[in-house]
Design a protein around this ligand. Sequence first.
Ligand code: UGA
Length: 458
Amino acid sequence: MTGTAAPLRISVIGCGYLGTVHAVAMAALGHDVVGIDVDVDRIALLAAGRAPFFEPGLPERLESALASGRLRFSADMGEAAAADLHFVCVGTPQSADGDAADLTAIFAATEALATHLRPGSVVAGKSTVPVGTAVRIADMLETAGAALVWNPEFLREGRAIADSLSPDRIVIGVGRTGEEQGQGEAHGHGRRPGQGGDAIGILRTAYAPMLDLGTPLVVTDLATAELVKGAANAYLATRISFMNAMADVAERAGADISGLAEALGHDERIGPHYLRAGIGFGGGCLPKDIRAFAARATELGAKAPAALLATVDDINLSQRSGLVVSITDHFGGAVAGRKIAVLGAAFKPDSDDIRDSPAIDIALELHRLGANVTVTDPAALANVAGRYPELSLTGDLTDAVRGAECLVIATEWAEYREIDPVAAAELVAEQTVFDGRNCLDRASWAAAGWHYRGIGRR
Ligand code: UGA
């Protein structure tokens, strides 16, 4: 550990994507960490040094953290009792019956944790929650005399280790209002004086190596910290849907979305990120988070954000159906019996996550319309096989492409971006490629005789 602070005893409650990576990152910083989850199979895997999902760099980091003796895993919440700081990282999925977040797991975890806390314990919420959840959790911790801070996480799948160890910023929310963020004057709502300052202090210790490197720290209240996370994801989703809306205009006008994005990205006020048009955003975060944000905004009486995000969601989903319509049009109105290779199943490259994946939706819809669909992916096929037995799968790219009448690039894995269009032409029945991620070099594919269709590209 490069910081000046002493190592802390830390518990990480919930060992899903966020919790596993956070536990490994905290151990890498030199803290003594126990990761806890109710899923005994997952705990057994992690304890054996096996990452339960695909994440570049995680297996190596997990192994070295376990070997250092600074990281262990347990299914027993009692193991959290000795920790000074508890990070709550459990999932908050979309409710089965609506758009709101399902908070069952986070409340259950808090209740279980509360029985093992002592006065002065600090709990840091990291899960993505609708604004207003943290004060409910603070209430649940009140009798134990524990303090709550909200400390949202911004890691991306596929870059989770780097994002955790080198975050753009650290946000710490403490106190129901700004009054409790100080160093000892807090006394509202039954809290002990000094609680906010003490809690911030322990978080500063936890993140000392990052803070020493100059990572910006934003200290705010609980509600603002919760909102930062929701607003960040809502803004990223909005940028993507904005560019997909521009792609629609560009295509109709004979303009090119890639050139447009490049030019916009040079504007310092706009910046180059999250401007890639295509079949849109998926995964376990952006789609459910904008829906949960809109649902909460509606509860709070804020109609405009809910309407804005509903449009963002609509544009996003129409990118998937729009590609299917384009493919159907290409085949003269029907895809039945056509042999189509869908390259990619994960919602993005360097991930095996197929939650709300545009690639899967497109493959399923083509299959439903009677196409003979083969899906390939370098990492995600095991997850597809378990959930969508109706899809034909192959791990071999050449097998997927051989005899196809149409290729669909649905996830921009490096190996798809690097396909040699001349060699691929030898394998297919028809040289048609729908580049759903605008990731191929259009000129070289066209030069090799392919009928190339991107999104928002001439
Ligand atoms: C997202 C956020 O980027 C993280 O900051 C946040 O911590 C995380 O959600 C979370 O809430 O846990 P992630 O879901 O891993 O991270 O995925 P992103 O890399 O943001 O990509 C989301 C989707 O947007 C992918 O399907 C990607 O293909 C798509 N995308 C991204 C575009 O279509 N265009 C772009 O320009 C960028």
